[in-house]
Design a protein around this ligand. Structure first.
Ligand code: FCB
Length: 447
């Protein structure tokens, strides 16, 4: 059985989850509070006022959840490790019981013939680190590298494919500029400072893990295509691309923030923030790249007839735009366009030259019954787009569906369901939807 990155001879399949969205057991085994525990308590922070304290209770039901992954014929399980379970105060003391949980999870995956791939940061920063400034301060990047080392020391004999961050754009800009995700700070340029420290944290952790022998170390981004709706919006689209995509790919590929980005984000030209050597550490630091894709973006210059998308505040310094969202849309309001994924994979291949995993793709639908034909259609189209990108030469190794279970969908609370398995809101019973059975058959037929 291979536990390294898939070789790409066929498209590999998997299912993804994230710790805070499914684990629950928030006060168990010495776990410390994370910024999502704190943020979710704020009135209005989540649509239904709920949090992840129970979620899917996967902390106790992980065996059943892995049975579901195996039953879907998926070769990969992408999970994330909860930093506050491992280091409840963010730095220093290690909580062994937290490591024990991931030990059990990894062993249970391997026992079922499933390859585990761990993401070290999926947004649940220990609250203690936020209390000392969070991602806009350098200490958080250094703490992340220490935490990554501790997790690798425990799991690295069995987990071979690692990712540092999941969608650091969200952590930086939704968290510190738009304030719609934890920690809920609306501080404009603080998003850029956070972005730099997320880059630095990745670079520091990558150096440690490579030194420890890791050969399959990646980072997962929600890179996005920006398609200007009108020619006048072309410049704005370029600025959005800078803040969403180039702020990560520039350091990773070139070891630099590009000129266009620096015009939008002068913070990133501050030598006290971006210190000598920081970006050299990031250049070439990934062995693979994860791409999470849901929708393309069609910016238009502020059009008063369109509601301003709340995420526009998440591009500090860029020309204010509205986003035109065409039909069809999923239940969360995101336009469905599989071509966006194909284009993005081909572009990411050209830009980075790295092996690519589609680390998330999926759709929220209202799921009035278990017969979720709309989700099947979405998945079918996007898996097709992934295969077309491969035929066009993009080195795409795998497709990992978001997500296994209906779960805590961040600011949406439990109101948006992305799972291929339904989770009963009262007793948490898992029931596979039609999309789960469709995927199981599709995967069986593709190998
Ligand atoms: C991504 C997140 C994931 C989930 C999906 C719908 O941005 O990485 O946790 O919320 O969106």
């Amino acid at each position: 059985m291979t536990v390294h990155l898939p070789d790409g001879s066929t498209l590999a399949f998997g299912a993804a989850t994230a710790a805070y969205q499914i684990e629950g057991a928030a006060a168990e085994d010495g776990r410390g509070p994370s910024i999502w525990d704190t943020f979710a308590q704020r009135p209005g922070a989540t649509k239904d006022g709920r949090d992840g304290s129970v979620a899917c209770d996967s902390y106790h039901r992980y065996e059943e959840d892995l049975d579901l992954v195996a039953g879907m014929n998926a070769a990969w399980y992408r999970f994330s490790v909860s930093w506050p379970r491992i280091m409840p105060e963010g730095t220093g003391r290690v909580e062994t019981r937290g490591l024990d949980y991931y030990d059990r999870l990894v062993d249970a995956a391997l026992a079922r013939g499933i390859n585990p791939t761990a993401t070290l940061y999926h947004w649940d920063l220990p609250q203690a680190l936020e209390d000392r400034g969070g991602w806009p301060v350098r200490e958080t990047a250094e703490a992340f590298a220490d935490y990554a080392t501790v997790v690798h020391e425990r799991l690295g004999d069995r987990v071979k494919v690692w990712a540092t961050h999941n969608e650091p754009w969200c952590a930086a800009y939704l968290g510190y500029s738009a304030g719609v995700h934890a920690p809920g700070r609306k501080e404009g340029g603080a998003g850029h400072r956070a972005a730099h420290h997320l880059n630095l944290g990745h670079g520091l952790a990558a150096a440690r893990l490579h030194e420890a022998g890791v050969t399959d170390l990646g980072i997962v981004h929600n890179l996005a295509p920006f398609w200007p709706e009108t020619p006048e919006a072309a410049q704005a689209a370029d600025e959005l691309d800078a803040v969403r995509n180039r702020v990560w790919l520039g350091p990773l590929v070139d070891g630099a923030y590009d000129e266009g980005l620096l015009r939008v984000a002068p913070e990133l030209a501050d030598p006290t923030l971006v210190r000598d050597g920081d970006l050299d550490l990031v250049r070439g630091s990934a062995d693979w790249i994860g791409v999470n894709y849901y929708t393309p973006f069609r910016p238009t210059l502020a059009d008063p007839t369109l509601a301003r998308h709340p995420e526009v505040e998440a591009y500090p310094g860029a020309t204010p735009v509205s986003f035109v969202v065409r039909e069809p849309r999923t239940d969360i309001g995101w336009e469905v366009d599989a071509y966006g994924l194909e284009e993005l994979l081909v572009d990411t291949h050209k830009r980075t030259g790295l092996p690519i995993m589609v680390t998330e793709n999926g759709a929220a639908y209202p799921d009035t019954s278990l017969d979720d034909q709309d989700r099947i259609g979405y998945l079918d189209d996007h898996i097709g787009a992934t295969r077309r990108a491969r035929e066009a030469g993009a080195d795409v190794r795998g497709y990992i569906v978001w997500t296994l279970l209906d779960n805590f969908e961040w600011a949406e609370g439990y109101t948006k369901t992305f799972g291929v398995v339904h989770v009963d809101p009262t007793d948490l019973t898992r029931t596979p939807k039609a999309s789960y059975h469709w995927l199981a058959a599709h995967i069986a037929a593709s190998v």
